[in-house]
Each structure stands twice: as structure tokens, then as C-alpha cells.
Write a protein that binds this ligand. Structure first.
Ligand code: FES
Ligand SMILES: [Fe+2]
Length: 379
């Protein structure tokens, strides 16, 4: 372990020793969770929407980056995607809910300040009583937005790397897939009384698969010798062969591979030759998360039975995963439990995730307030 790494609530942000895990307190501490908001979520590219939701002029989707409410809007005139903090510059009220279409303005439901879709403050009632404010500097705070195939990401940090660098090889894999022809097959969301990192780690855990999953164990061949794992600066992924019995008609079994892993911090794409399923893990509190799951495929009527099988298999696999994640959360509350360990290959992506986490948490102590940079920029 490095010396002098920052510590919060007894959790050191030194990268764990090789093969060793973060201390249990990293998964139970409210103070660590608070620091994650600034050190991780405010400095990372986070998945917020899919492009079809924002196809119409003025279309918007609200989302959370950690606990920070943002809104992504398709500008009416330029057609560009724009990201804004979903918080009014008067006294902070959340402006928009859910998703929908904005007319020409966004009006705050509290005191009716109005903004253009580019975030510019257009009007404030009783303006004479605000003579002490420079209203020209009270536009909505901008947020970076980018797309990778149909996936929309946003980032609060103006100094974070470009999205293309952040997502690494995922962009190439999506571009090489038939994702452009696919439509939404199903979606689901789950809430769980567990820390968000435990679901991400479970998704990076190839060790549990034969002991927890039946259908999944059948469907893919997860042999470390033939399932290479790649670690990237902001993610990790593994390719595994699809069991020949599960290869859909018309697909060459040799090229039937599944790519799974995570984009740091909380996005889990699973790409196979015939579908993309993803899981976005939203941190609600130190002991609560929401998981948004969506799946895309070719939408063809003749593939309806296969689609239904996939949906049932995904639900069953999710139930099995949620059960072990919840069990792990309960165990990690044990006072006196030392940090765990991970296997060198089957759980290599967990070790990588925890190193990325520790690095981000430590550097988040050096640059305490990303938001200050944002406010300097948001005029
Ligand atoms: S909080 Fe938005 S107008 Fe007052
Ligand atoms: Fe699993």
C-alpha cells in the first residue's frame, strides 16, 4: 500500500495490494459515499440516456450523475445535444422531470424564472428586485455531453478526458455490431438495499457464474484460457464464446462471442452478436442503489420467441445476482471483518475497478471541488 494516501472514515484511498480488496467500510460508509459524489461521479463520463429518446427537436431526458440532477436536451434550431444541470440558478429547484419535449423555454415551477434550451436565462419575474444580481451570469450550468453509438453520456468535469478515450474499445465494438438496426426489446429497473459498487463488482466477477447462475452458465463458455480480459484506463472487458447450442440461426458459431465488462464508474454493457443489454447502476445512498437495465435487438417478429427467452434469462440472472449482492452487503456490515481477496484472472476486473476507484477517490482529495470549476465556466 502507498503511504500517506488520504483516508476518510477509516478507508484508505491507497490502491489495495494486488489480489486484495477494499475494506468493508468502503461499502458501508456514508462519508465515503459523500466523497464518491465529488471524486468519482463529478469527474467521470456517466451514461444518461439513449439517442432515440432525444430524437425530436426539444426532446429532453433528465438523469442523475451520482446525485447531481442533469438534463440532456436536443436543441430545436441546431439539433445539437446539450447538457445542463437540472437546477435553477435562483434557489436551486429541479427544473424538469422525467422525459418529454420542451417548447422554446424551460420555466422553473417555483418562481417562474425562464431559460432557453441553451440554458440562457431569459426572464425573471420582479426583475427590479434583483438589481443586485448580474443576471447575465445566471445561466444554467453547462454539462458535457457525448454519444457512443446509441448511448448518451454526460460529464460534469470540463477537464475529464474526451468521451472516446473514456469508453476505449467499446466504441469500436459497437461500431462493428449491428446496433444501428436494433430497437428496444425490453427494459427494467430494480432498487436494492446495497452499495452501488457491489453490483458493479458482481458484474466484473467471472468467479461466481457457475455457482450462482444456471442459464448464464449454460449460455457462455467462461474459461479464462479462451476468454481474454483487457484492462483500460477507465474500464475493463472480457470476450467469451457463446455456447454453440445458444448461437442463433444464421450466426457463425466461431464469431459468436459476448463482450461484457464495465465503463467506470457505473455502466455495464453486454454486447453479443444479436443484442446489446446494459445495466446502469445509480448510487442513491451508501446503502441503496437503482439499476436501470435495457436490451436492444433486431425487433424481428420471427425472433420473438428468442427475445422472450432472453428477457426471461436476463430476469432470472438478475434475481440471482441481486440475491448474492444483498448477501454480500449484509456480510460487509460485520465489524472486525478484514478486507477480502479476489482471484487473479476470474476476478481481475474487480481488482482493476477497485484500483480505478481508489485512484479517483485519492485524486478527488487533491481537487476538492469540481463544481467550482463548473460555476466559473457557467456564465
Ligand atoms: S427556484 Fe427557480 S425560480 Fe425560484
Ligand atoms: Fe452474475
Amino acid at each position: 500500500m502507498q503511504d500517506h494516501a488520504p483516508v476518510i472514515d477509516g478507508v484508505s484511498f491507497a490502491a489495495p495490494d494486488p489480489g486484495h480488496n477494499l475494506p468493508p467500510r468502503a461499502f458501508t460508509s456514508p462519508a465515503v459515499f459523500e466523497h464518491e459524489q465529488r471524486a468519482i461521479f463529478a469527474n467521470s463520463w456517466v451514461h444518461v440516456a439513449d439517442t432515440w429518446e432525444l430524437a425530436a427537436p426539444g426532446g429532453y431526458v433528465t438523469a442523475l450523475i451520482g446525485r447531481t440532477p442533469v438534463v440532456i436536451i436536443r436543441e430545436r434550431i441546431t439539433g445539437e445535444l446539450r447538457g445542463l444541470l437540472n437546477a435553477c440558478r435562483h434557489r436551486g429547484a429541479q427544473l424538469l422531470d422525467g422525459k418529454g419535449t420542451c417548447d422554446k423555454q424551460i420555466q422553473c415551477p417555483y418562481h417562474a424564472w425562464s431559460y432557453g434550451l441553451d440554458g440562457r436565462l431569459l426572464g425573471a419575474p420582479h426583475r427590479d428586485e434583483l438589481a443586485h444580481c448580474n443576471l447575465a451570469e445566471m445561466n444554467l450550468v453547462p454539462v458535457r455531453v457525448g454519444t457512443v453509438g446509441p448511448l448518451v453520456f454526460a460529464c460534469l468535469d470540463p477537464e475529464a478526458p474526451e468521451l472516446a478515450d473514456w469508453v476505449g474499445e467499446l466504441a469500436g465494438s459497437l461500431a462493428g455490431s449491428r446496433i444501428g438496426e436494433w430497437t428496444l426489446a425490453w427494459e427494467n429497473s430494480y432498487e436494492l438495499a446495497a452499495n452501488w459498487k457491489l453490483f458493479v463488482e458482481n458484474a466484473n466477477d467471472g468467479y461466481h457464474v457457475p455457482f450462482v447462475h444456471d442459464l448464464l452458465t449454460d449460455a457462455i463458455v467462461l474459461d479464462p484460457a479462451t476468454s481474454p480480459t483487457t484492462l483500460e484506463p477507465h474500464g475493463a472487458y472480457t470476450w467469451a464464446q457463446v455456447n454453440p447450442n445458444y448461437v442463433p440461426p444464421g450466426t457463425d458459431p466461431a464469431s459468436a462471442r459476448v463482450r461484457f465488462g464495465c465503463i467506470f464508474p457505473n455502466f455495464i454493457p453486454v454486447l453479443s452478436p444479436d443484442d446489446l443489454t446494459y445495466f446502469r447502476v445509480e448510487p442513491i445512498a451508501h446503502d441503496r442503489m437503482r439499476i436501470v437495465a435495457r436490451s436492444y435487438d433486431d425487433g424481428l417478429a420471427e425472433n420473438a420467441p428468442l427475445r422472450e427467452f432472453r428477457r426471461i434469462a436476463a430476469e432470472r440472472t438478475m434475481e440471482q445476482d441481486l440475491a448474492v449482492v444483498l448477501r454480500t452487503q449484509r456480510g460487509l456490515h460485520a465489524i472486525g471483518l478484514p478486507p477480502g481477496v479476489h482471484t487473479s484472472r476470474l476476478e481481475a476486473r474487480i481488482g482493476h475497478f477497485e484500483r480505478m476507484w481508489a485512484d479517483a477517490m485519492a485524486s478527488g482529495c487533491d481537487t476538492p471541488v469540481t463544481i467550482r470549476r463548473l460555476l466559473r465556466r457557467g456564465t
